[in-house]
Design a binder for this molecule. Structure first.
Ligand SMILES: Cc1ncc(COP(=O)(O)O)c(C=O)c1O
Length: 544
C-alpha cells in the first residue's frame, strides 16, 4: 500500500464527516477503500476451504452483545478488521462447490461489478428525474424478458426485490382485476375490498411456494384463500385435479381469482403443465400467473428453453434473476402480458409523479411498482448481458441441470439412500436410509436425517437443505453452481453416509446397554425402534 492509500484507510471519518461523503473531493479515499475491500474479499475467498465455519448462533452472539454502536471505530482498517471476525470468518459462501442447500447461486463478475457501480451512483428507479438512463436500461431489460417469455407486444413489468414481492404484486393485480368486474363495486384501489372478497380463491399446486399464502394474507384474503391442487407422480400440478377444483369452487359459490402454475417448485424443480393450465385459465377467463422464480432462467437456455412452453399464455410471470441468472441478491421482476393491468398499483403524487407527467410520456417507473425508492438492480443483469450474453448464462444453467442428472444416478445407485424422484430442474430430494438395518422406526429415521444435516452444517464441510415429503424428513441438494463436480456430490454423500452410520451405531449401542440408556447416543431419546421394515416405508413414501 502506498503512503496515500495508508492515509486514506487510516483516516478517521467520525471527526471529519464531510470527508466521508461520496463526492469528487473524496475520490482518492473512495478508490483506496474499494481497493482495500477488494483485497480483503480476495484474501477471504482465497482462504475459504469450506462453505461455512459451522459456528452456532450461541457462539457468535456474545461478540455482538459487547459492541458499542455509539462509538465509531477509528478508521476503515479497524472497521474491516472487525467485520472479518463478526461476519466474513463465519459467512456462508455460496460460491463454494459444496454449498448445495438453497436456491442461492454463485454470482457472475459483471453483476458484482455492477453492485459497486450502482451503490456509488445510487440512482433511484422510481422516477425518470432520479434515474434517467437507468430507467431506460430497466425498461429495455423488462422488454427483453417479456420477449423471451413470448408475452407479446402489450407486455410490461418492473424489477422487484425478489420472488416474494413479484408474487405479491401479481396476485394483487389479479385480485383487483377480478374485483373490478364485480357488480356495484367501483374498484379496490379507492374503495377497498368488496363483500365478495371472502370468496376469492387462488389455485396452486400443494407444493407451490409459501409466498402465495403470505401474499393472500397481505391482500386481505387470508392463507386459506390458497386452494392446494394435487400433483402427479412427478410433482407437477394435475390439470384434471385443477379442473375439478375449479368446478367445485364454482359450485360452492367461490370466485377463482387466479391460478398459479409453478415453473420450478422449490423442493423438486417440477414444472407444472403450463400449456394445459394456461388453456384452462383462458377458457374460464381466470388470471393465469406463472411463478418462474426458479425456472425462469430457462429463457436463457438453448437446450431446455422449451420447458417453459405455455408461459406465453400467462397474465403475469415472476422471474428471479438472483437465482438462475447468477445475479447478486436482489434482482427479480414481475411482468404482465397486458401493461394496462399495472394501473392497479399506480398512484399519482403531486411531488413525485403527477398525472400530467405521465400524460406527457415521462417514464416514471413508480407508476408500475409497489415500491417508491427502488434500487437500480437492473444494472446487474444489464452488465451481465452486455459482457457475457444470455447464452453464457443458459450454458451455466444447462451445466447444473446435467450435474443434477449425474447426481441422481449416484444417489439411485447407493443402497443406503432413498431418493424421492428423478430430477426436473436442479434439485435432489433424498434421505439416508440404511437398507441393511432394521433397528430404527420411521420417526427415528426422520430424527437421524435431521441430525445428519445438523452435523454437516456444524462441520461446515458441506451445506445441504432439508425438507419434508409426505410428513417424513428428507435432505435436499439444490444445485446452482457450475463449479460443483460429481466428485463433490460423491464426497458429500459419503459424509452423509459416515454421519448416518455413526448415528445408527451409537443408537444401537445405547439400546444394547440399557443400564445406561443415554450412553452418549444422539438417537437414544427418540421413540423405540419399530419392527416394521423401513424398506417398505421408503417405498411408501416414494409413491406417496
Ligand atoms: C418457486 C418460488 N417462488 C418464489 C420464491 C420466493 O423468492 P424470493 O426468495 O426471491 O423472495 C421462491 C424462493 O425460493 C421460490 O422457490
Amino acid at each position: 500500500m502506498s503512503d496515500a492509500q495508508t492515509d486514506a484507510c487510516a483516516r478517521s471519518l467520525s471527526s471529519s464527516p464531510r470527508a466521508a461523503l461520496f463526492s469528487p473531493a473524496n475520490m482518492d479515499a473512495w478508490q483506496t477503500g474499494m481497493d482495500r475491500i477488494s483485497q480483503l474479499v480476495a484474501e477471504q475467498l482465497d482462504s475459504v476451504q469450506k462453505p461455512f465455519s459451522g459456528i452456532t448462533p450461541e457462539a457468535l452472539r456474545p461478540a455482538f452483545a459487547d459492541l458499542d454502536l455509539e462509538t465509531p471505530l477509528e478508521n476503515l482498517e479497524a472497521g474491516l478488521e472487525e467485520l472479518k471476525s463478526l461476519y466474513l470468518k463465519d459467512a456462508v459462501y455460496f460460491h463454494h462447490p459444496r454449498y448445495i442447500a438453497h436456491l442461492n447461486c454463485p454470482v457472475v463478475l459483471p453483476g458484482v461489478w455492477a453492485e459497486s457501480l450502482l451503490g456509488a451512483i445510487n440512482s433511484s428507479l422510481d422516477t425518470w428525474d432520479q434515474s434517467a438512463g437507468g430507467t431506460l436500461i430497466e425498461q429495455r431489460l423488462i422488454d427483453w424478458t417479456t420477449e423471451r417469455l413470448g408475452l407479446g407486444p402489450t407486455a410490461d413489468g418492473i424489477f422487484t426485490s425478489g420472488g416474494t414481492q413479484s408474487n405479491l404484486m401479481a396476485l394483487l393485480l389479479a385480485r383487483d382485476a377480478v374485483c373490478e368486474k364485480l357488480p356495484n363495486h367501483p374498484g379496490n384501489q379507492t374503495h377497498g375490498l368488496p363483500p365478495e372478497a371472502g370468496r376469492l380463491r387462488v389455485f396452486a399446486s400443494g407444493i407451490s411456494h409459501f409466498s402465495l399464502q403470505k401474499a393472500c394474507a397481505l391482500l386481505g384474503l387470508g392463507h386459506n384463500a390458497v386452494v392446494p391442487v394435487a400433483v402427479d407422480e412427478r410433482r407437477r400440478m394435475d390439470p384434471v385435479a385443477l379442473r375439478d377444483a375449479l368446478d367445485n369452487a364454482r359450485a360452492e359459490g367461490l370466485i377463482p381469482m387466479a391460478v398459479v402454475a409453478t415453473a420450478g417448485t422449490t423442493d423438486f424443480g417440477s414444472i407444472d403443465p403450463l400449456q394445459a393450465i394456461g388453456r384452462e385459465c383462458h377458457a374460464r377467463g381466470i388470471w393465469f400467473h406463472v411463478d418462474g422464480a426458479y425456472g425462469g432462467g430457462l429463457i436463457t437456455s438453448r437446450r431446455h428453453g422449451h420447458w417453459l412452453k405455455g408461459t406465453e399464455m400467462a397474465d403475469s410471470v415472476t422471474i428471479d434473476y438472483h437465482k438462475t441468472f447468477f445475479q447478486p441478491v436482489s434482482c427479480s421482476a414481475c411482468v404482465v402480458r397486458d401493461r394496462t393491468q399495472l394501473r392497479h398499483v399506480t398512484y399519482h403524487a403531486d411531488y413525485l409523479n403527477p398525472e400530467l407527467q405521465a400524460r406527457e410520456g415521462t417514464p416514471d417507473q413508480v407508476n408500475k411498482s409497489l415500491q417508491t425508492t427502488r434500487r437500480f438492480d437492473a444494472l446487474k443483469l444489464w452488465m451481465t448481458l452486455r459482457l457475457m450474453g444470455a447464452d453464457a448464462l443458459g450454458d451455466m444453467l444447462d451445466c447444473v441441470i446435467d450435474l443434477t442428472r449425474e447426481g441422481y444416478q449416484l444417489l439411485e445407485a447407493a443402497p443406503d439412500i432413498d431418493v424421492v424422484q428423478a430430477p426436473e430442474l436442479s434439485t435432489l430430494v433424498f434421505r439416508f436410509h440404511d437398507a441393511t438395518e432394521e433397528t430404527l422406526g420411521a420417526e427415528q429415521w426422520d430424527a437421524l436425517n435431521r441430525e445428519i444435516r445438523k452435523r454437516l452444517s456444524r462441520s461446515g464441510e458441506a451445506i445441504v437443505a432439508a425438507t419434508k415429503v409426505s410428513g417424513r424428513q428428507y435432505l435436499k441438494f439444490t444445485l446452482l453452481n457450475p463449479e460443483t463436480r460429481q466428485e463433490d456430490l460423491a464426497a458429500v454423500v459419503e459424509l452423509i453416509r459416515q454421519h448416518g452410520q455413526a448415528l445408527v451405531k451409537a443408537h444401537q449401542l445405547a439400546v444394547s446397554t440399557t443400564a445406561q440408556p443415554n450412553h452418549g447416543a444422539p438417537l437414544a431419546d427418540i421413540p423405540t425402534a419399530s419392527r416394521r421394515s423401513h424398506t417398505t416405508e421408503a417405498k411408501e413414501s416414494r409413491h406417496a
